[in-house]
Each structure stands twice: as structure tokens, then as C-alpha cells.
Design a protein around this ligand. Structure first.
Ligand code: ZN
Length: 282
């Protein structure tokens, strides 16, 4: 046998071994694919009728999705009285106007909570830099000071109404009805602004259902979101809120990441008297 022939035999043998190995590999792969396909077929029900439309409120709870949206939390838009105890809850109207200008200049676009919800469902195209403005407690100064500026800068907002505190320091139903609409979405801040985490089950249920029913009656829309009074809640409160048809709820915890998994513990960004909007959003 010449070296040339020996080399040819070796070479051909090597090719043959490689081919056998490849085939063996493929057959293993094919077998396991079949096994997978069979087990998948076993668990997937056969769809014969048209695919049922997913329940939007159900899908929001099932698959976790996350969006980064700063939800700014305001209370009063006014100059506090010298003897005011909670000065931090006040943002000067001139400062607030500066913040609206800043948002516009930086390319932020205001959206509502319901638009955020629709974005999660793929039914709303989010702007590049979304931001949500929320006003807790629906104070009278919202109508006097915040609302004219929101209109001037075409900004959208969410107003959380305590349905048992109407008039006086708070907005009247006429004012709430007037601002409610495309640019101001009304949400529930319960009936009496109690600490829900320590209230009885009966009280929690009545606080959430009475305020919902009252808003339906006075404003004509079902409030989709709930704002916990003073940010206090518990697992039991969440269960009742879900049962009563709220889609989600807002806390006072700090954060900008909104997750459908924690849709009843939505964080926000508190805007205080001396806050710098630029650093809050950074
Ligand atoms: Zn409040």
C-alpha cells in the first residue's frame, strides 16, 4: 500500500464517521422535536370557533409588562398661607407653569392613566417621553390655578376626587364635571380619605364602592384607577379594588417603572414645594 492510498482510505473513513455522527445527531434532534410537538399538542386545546377576544382587564394581570413612565404627584397648586402646616404639599402656580414649560421644552408629552393602560394593551401609541400628572384630593385651587395652566399648555392630567369632600376647600361637582373630559381624567380617591390599611373589611368595601358609584352618577364615567389615601393599602384592599372593577391603583411610593404585575401598587414621583422638575425626571 502506497502512502497515497493509505491517506485516501483514512480520509474517506473520517468523512464516513463524520457523516454517521451527523445523521445520528439529526435523528436524536428529530425524535426530541416530535416528543416536544406531541406534548405541546396534548396541552393546547383545539380551537374550532373564532378565537375569543382577550379580556383586557384579565390580560393586564396575567402577562408582566413594564413601562417607564414618571407619574408626577401634586397636591395644591397655590401659595401656602404663612401658618400652613403642610407647606410641602404646595407648588406655587408660577413654579408649576415653569414645570409645564420645562416638560414641553424637553419633549415630554402628558398622557392620562387610561392611555397608559391602553399602551400596556397595545392600543395606544406612547409618545417618546411620556409623563403623567396627577392631582390628589381635588382641592379648590386645582380649578383656580392648575386647570387654566393645563389648558394653556394643552397638558393632560388625572384628578383624584374624595367623593365625600366636595365644595369648600375642595372642588364642587360642577367644577369637577366641567374639567372632566378629554384632558382631565377623574379617578377615585375614596369616599372619606381614611387609612385603608387599618380600616375594617366592610369600611374598605364601602369606601371604594361608594366613591366609584358617586363618580359614575356625578361625572358619568366609571373611574378606572384608585389612589390610596396617604398611600396606605394592604393585600385585602387590593383584592377588593380588583373585585370592584378598578384596573389599577396608585401609591405614594417613589418610582418610575410601571409593571402590570404590580398594577395595584403603582409608584409615583412626588413634586414638593422646592422640587426641581429636571432632577426629579433624571
Ligand atoms: Zn389624598
Amino acid at each position: 500500500m502506497t502512502p497515497k492510498i493509505r491517506f485516501t482510505i483514512l480520509f474517506v473513513s473520517a468523512i464516513a464517521v463524520m457523516a454517521i455522527l451527523t445523521l445520528a445527531d439529526q435523528s436524536v434532534f428529530t425524535l426530541s422535536s416530535y416528543a416536544k410537538a406531541e406534548s405541546a399538542a396534548a396541552v393546547l386545546p383545539k380551537v374550532t370557533s373564532p378565537t375569543p377576544k382577550p379580556d383586557p382587564s384579565a390580560s393586564i394581570l396575567v402577562a408582566e409588562k413594564k413601562l417607564t413612565i414618571p407619574i408626577l404627584m401634586y397636591h395644591h397648586i397655590a401659595v401656602p398661607a404663612p401658618d400652613e402646616q403642610l407647606k410641602n404639599n404646595f407648588v406655587d402656580p408660577a413654579v408649576f407653569e415653569g414645570q409645564l414649560k420645562y416638560l414641553k421644552a424637553q419633549g415630554y408629552e402628558t398622557i392620562t392613566l387610561s392611555e397608559m393602560n391602553r399602551a400596556f394593551l397595545g392600543a395606544f401609541a406612547l409618545p417618546q417621553k411620556p409623563v403623567i400628572l396627577t392631582f390628589d384630593d381635588a382641592y379648590a385651587d386645582f380649578y383656580a390655578n392648575a386647570y387654566p395652566l393645563l389648558k394653556k399648555y394643552q397638558a393632560k392630567a388625572n384628578l383624584s376626587v374624595i367623593t365625600g369632600m366636595i365644595g369648600g376647600d375642595h372642588l364642587t361637582w360642577e367644577q369637577i364635571l366641567e374639567v372632566s373630559g378629554k384632558n382631565v381624567e377623574i379617578v377615585s380617591h375614596t369616599q372619606n380619605h381614611l387609612d385603608l390599611s387599618s380600616a375594617s373589611a366592610e369600611t374598605v368595601r364601602s369606601e371604594l364602592s361608594t366613591s366609584r358609584d358617586e363618580l359614575i352618577k356625578q361625572v358619568g364615567n366609571v373611574p378606572r384607577f384608585l389612589v390610596y389615601p396617604s398611600g396606605k393599602y394592604s393585600d385585602d384592599v387590593i383584592a377588593v379594588a380588583k373585585e370592584l372593577g378598578y384596573l389599577g391603583a396608585l401609591t405614594t411610593e417613589w418610582g418610575k417603572e410601571i409593571s402590570t404585575r404590580y398594577y395595584f401598587e403603582i409608584p409615583r414621583v412626588r413634586v414638593s414645594r422646592d422640587s426641581n422638575i429636571g432632577s426629579l425626571l433624571r
